[in-house]
Design a protein around this ligand. Structure first.
Ligand code: CUA
Length: 351
C-alpha cells in the first residue's frame, strides 16, 4: 500500500513539476522541488492536503456512482416510492464529525508550521537581514555587518537567516519558492521569518503581491553558498573601500566621473549608506541580473540607463537624472560592471 502510494506521489509530483517548469522555463522557481526548510514544510502540507482531498473526492464519487446505479428507477416501478429516511442521528453525526476530523488533520500541521517559521525568539543567535521592499526592487541590509546589497541576497547554506521585512511604499510579498513560504512586506509593520537553504544554488525570488505596473518584474536572487564561501563574501564586502576603488580602464574611469556628474550618486550608494534611496550598487558587477530582470550584458545595461521606463514601467529612476546619451551610458556601464568586490559570485555556486 505504502509503496503504491509512494509511486503515485512521485508520478503526481513529476507531472505537476513538468507542467510548471514547461510553463515558465525558470530553474529554481518552483515550490514543488524544495531546496529549503520552509519549502520542504510547504511541500509536506501540499502532499498532505492533496491526499486528504483526493480521498474525499474518491469516496464521494464512488458513493455517487453506486447510488446512481443501484437506486435508479427500474422498469415496472415507475410509481414506486422507496422508504423515506430522514433525521438519522447516526448518519448526521458521521458526516459532521468526519469533515471536522479531516479539517483538523490539515489545519493543525499548517498552524504549527506557520508559527514555527515566524518564531523569531532565537533570531539574535543567527544572521539577521533587514529587507526593504520598493517599487520594484529589494534592498538587503545585513544587521551589524555594515553590508548592504540590492537584488542579490547572499546567505550561507544550512543556517537560519532571519529576514525582517518592511516596505518603503506599498505592500509587497517576499517569496523564494524553492526555499520558503511567502510573507507580506508591509509599510506599517515589520514581519519576520527565517529562511534556510539546504544546498548551494541561485534561487529565484519574486514579489507575490500586486504592487503596480512592474509587479511581475520585481525579481531578486538568493545566492546560497557554503558557510566558508559566505564568510569569504562577508570579508570581501567589508574590506571593499568604494572611496579607494579605481577602475582599470580609461573608459570606466570616465564612467566613474559621469556617475557623479549625472547625479546617479544622489540615489545609488556604493558601500553601505543609511540614506540612499535607490538600489545599492556595491557588488553590481557580480549581479546575476541587471535591474532584477535583464541578462547581465553591457548592451542591456546601456538600454536600461538610457530609458529605464521601457524595461520597467512605473519605476522611480525614470526622470530622476539629466539625459544620458548612449555613449555616456556605455561609460557608466563599464564602470558599474567593474564593481566586483568579492570572488564569491553567482557563477561560483555549485549547481
Ligand atoms: Cu512588489 Cu509586487
Amino acid at each position: 500500500m505504502r509503496s503504491a502510494f509512494g509511486k503515485m506521489k512521485t508520478a503526481f509530483l513529476l507531472a505537476v513539476t513538468a507542467l510548471i517548469l514547461a510553463g515558465c522555463g525558470k530553474e529554481n522557481l518552483t515550490a514543488l522541488v524544495p531546496k529549503g526548510v520552509g519549502a520542504q514544510k510547504s511541500m509536506d502540507l501540499i502532499i498532505l492536503t492533496t491526499a486528504v482531498m483526493t480521498l474525499v473526492f474518491l469516496i464521494v464519487i464512488i458513493l455517487f456512482v453506486v447510488v446512481l446505479v443501484r437506486y435508479r428507477r427500474k422498469k415496472g416501478q415507475e410509481d414506486y416510492i422507496p422508504e423515506q429516511v430522514e433525521g438519522n442521528k447516526t448518519l448526521e453525526i458521521v458526516w459532521t464529525v468526519i469533515p471536522i476530523i479531516l479539517v483538523l488533520v490539515m489545519a493543525v500541521p499548517t498552524v504549527v508550521y506557520t508559527f514555527e517559521l515566524a518564531d523569531d525568539s532565537k533570531a539574535k543567535d543567527h544572521i539577521n537581514i533587514d529587507v526593504k521592499g520598493n517599487q520594484y526592487w529589494w534592498h538587503f541590509d545585513y544587521k551589524g555587518e555594515k553590508i548592504q546589497t540590492s537584488q542579490d541576497l547572499y546567505i550561507p547554506t544550512g543556517e537560519k537567516v532571519y529576514v525582517h521585512l518592511l516596505s518603503n511604499d506599498v505592500t509587497h510579498s517576499f517569496w523564494i519558492p524553492s526555499i520558503s513560504g511567502k510573507l507580506d512586506v508591509n509599510p506599517e509593520n515589520e514581519n519576520t521569518m527565517y529562511i534556510e537553504a539546504n544546498e548551494e544554488g541561485v534561487y529565484w525570488g519574486k514579489c507575490a503581491e500586486f504592487c503596480g505596473p512592474s509587479h511581475s518584474l520585481m525579481d531578486f536572487k538568493v545566492v546560497a553558498v557554503s558557510p566558508d564561501k559566505y564568510k569569504q563574501w562577508v570579508k570581501d564586502m567589508q574590506n571593499f573601500d568604494p572611496k579607494k576603488f579605481k577602475p582599470d580602464t580609461q573608459v570606466a574611469q570616465e564612467g566613474q566621473k559621469l556617475f557623479e556628474e549625472k547625479s546617479c550618486i544622489a540615489c545609488h550608494a556604493i558601500g553601505p549608506s543609511p540614506v540612499a534611496t535607490g538600489p545599492n550598487l556595491t557588488d553590481f558587477g557580480n549581479r546575476e541580473k541587471y535591474a532584477g530582470i535583464l541578462e547581465p550584458t553591457k548592451e542591456n545595461l546601456v538600454k536600461w540607463i538610457v530609458d529605464p521606463e521601457k524595461e520597467k514601467p512605473g519605476n522611480k529612476m525614470t526622470g530622476k537624472y539629466p539625459k544620458v546619451t548612449e555613449e555616456e551610458a556605455g561609460k557608466i556601464a563599464e564602470y558599474l560592471m567593474q564593481l566586483k568586490p568579492s570572488s564569491v559570485t553567482p557563477e561560483t555556486v555549485s549547481k
